[in-house]
Design a protein around this ligand. Structure first.
Ligand code: ADP
Ligand code: MG
Length: 472
């Protein structure tokens, strides 16, 4: 009998605010120069006092609203004590008993809570020296915890991607995993009974792919331990990207080790007394959410996977929305446009050095004009692909590019008949084969006609003319 896998995720995200969580130092954790965005508060000088960053609280409440969680009327901050150079006060200000958000759901996964805390400094360990950069110390950090209701790696990956998309959509975080702006920890256990098995927490997951691979690896590792009659140790493990394995880091602390208690230097949060934190105000502040966007695309007649793909990147979706406006939501144009964005434009971006689809160079109005030219037969799909590539690489209007490169599709019979006659003279053998009943030769001749017109001939018209000339 095989094991049942149980997974719960804990996701941290650095929030996009101007200043840090409890002081006025700039929130710029990746500043090139270490220890520049710091002040006595985030360095924990004696006698300093924290103040709460309202923008950070609002970000978390907006996330809570988007996922349908319950927003707290009352919340407080707590001290989580531990001793390490990356936490200069000797404790991290977090939330324990009273998180900002409880419950909610995202991508079919039940959420336990979402709370606010401060990030730690970044430490690096080299040959004989350890360095600490406090630019990140005190950066506002959101922590979202899911219920242990995920049962496979793919669902975990899908959830994490959807959360990233949500955070970016509402502007709460840039949520880049490679930059550490979003960090996913996976708690994993396996069991043959209804009772949960011992869970292991896996850290250092720097990509969605690592999340999925680490879960798969850990499930297999735990199964092997149990199959040999061993027991799974409750611990924190790291993911080693090189060996594609998890490794033991430390025994898991219990919450008692942290000696949580309410932060005496901060006031309690009476959230229901803040007008801009009312659920009406927060709901009104949200843009179209990812799942609503996908539903709108699907309602326009797009395939589910295309709707999902178009909506899965905020720049791509914003571009596509501008294209929709330029096409006045016309069903035929929309479906053509979607095809070109999904395959050609996104494909082009995928080959570029920058991982981001920026859509800075290509204008939505001009792209819509290209789509109209295809729909009206002025451009062949081959010519359109050629022009689109030029638009992406050099910019320019599709009509001007089509004229400059002789790509306007020729449907004019007189102009094409000359080309057809020339093709039949040059390829008389194929012409004879067709006359003798070989249908496939006609396709070959159409291809030659396209070649002779450098792709500008309308293939349907070429075919008609060929048949006409061949029957003479
Ligand atoms: P801890 O007190 O050890 O931090 P929590 O109960 O706070 O544990 O849960 C932390 C995370 O671990 C949550 O995402 C939760 O869903 C997940 N989790 C809890 N128990 C299990 C389990 N047996 N297997 C997998 N994940 C679990
Ligand atoms: Mg916990």
């Amino acid at each position: 009998m095989s094991y049942r896998t149980t997974i719960g995720l804990e996701v941290h995200a650095e929030l996009s605010t101007r200043t840090k969580m409890f002081c006025t130092s700039k929130n710029e954790p990746l500043a090139a120069e270490p220890n520049t965005n710091i002040c006595p508060v985030c360095l924990a000088h004696p006698g300093t006092l924290p103040t709460i960053n309202k923008e950070a609280v609002r970000h978390v409440l907006r996330v809570g609203t988007a996922i349908g969680g319950t927003l707290a009327d009352f919340a407080e901050f707590d001290r989580k004590s531990y001793f390490y150079p990356d936490i200069p006060k000797g404790y991290q200000i977090s939330q324990y008993e009273y998180p900002l958000v409880s419950g909610g759901e995202l991508a079919g996964v039940a959420i336990t809570r979402v709370h606010l805390e401060e990030d730690t400094a970044r430490s690096s360990h080299g040959a004989g020296v350890s360095l600490v950069d406090y630019n990140r110390a005190g950066v506002p950090l959101m922590e979202l915890v899911t219920e242990p209701v995920i049962h496979d790696a793919e669902t975990a990956g899908r959830f994490a991607r959807e959360l990233q998309l949500l955070l970016r959509t509402i502007g709460a975080s840039h949520a880049n995993l490679e930059k550490g702006e979003m960090r996913v920890e996976a708690n994993i256990s396996i069991s043959k009974t209804d009772a949960f098995g011992t869970k292991v927490e896996v850290k250092n997951l720097n990509s969605f792919r690592s999340v999925e691979r680490a879960i798969a690896y850990e499930v297999a590792r735990q199964a092997a331990v149990l199959d040999e009659g061993g027991t799974v140790v409750q611990e924190t493990r790291g993911w080693d990207e090189n060996s594609q394995k998890t490794f033991s880091q430390r025994a898991k602390e219990g919450s008692a080790d942290y000696r949580y208690f309410p932060e005496p230097d901060l006031p309690k949060l009476l959230l229901s007394e803040v007008p801009e934190f009312s659920s009406e105000a927060l709901t009104a502040s949200l843009p179209e959410l990812p799942w609503d966007k996908r539903a709108r695309y699907a309602a326009l007649g797009l395939k589910e996977e295309d709707a999902a793909f178009l909506g899965s990147d905020i720049m791509r979706a914003a571009f596509f929305d501008r294209v929709l406006a330029a096409c006045a939501n016309d069903a035929k144009l929309v479906s053509l446009a979607a095809n070109y964005v999904v395959s050609d434009i996104a494909g082009w971006y995928a080959k570029q050095e920058s991982a981001d689809e920026e859509y800075g160079g290509i204008d939505a109005e001009e792209f819509a004009e290209l789509i109209r030219m295809i729909a009206s037969g002025e451009l062949s799909s081959r010519g359109a692909k050629d022009i689109l590539l030029r638009m992406l690489e050099e910019g320019g209007s599709p009509r001007a590019l089509a004229e400059a490169h002789g790509l306007l599709q020729v449907s004019d019979t007189n102009a094409l008949r000359e080309a057809v006659k020339a093709v039949l003279l040059e390829h008389s053998a194929a012409a004879d084969e067709y006359r003798a009943g070989k249908e496939a030769s006609l396709q070959f001749l159409v291809g030659q006609g396209m070649k002779a017109t450098r792709g500008a001939g309308n293939p349907a018209v070429l075919k008609e003319l060929l048949i006409e000339e061949l029957s003479r």
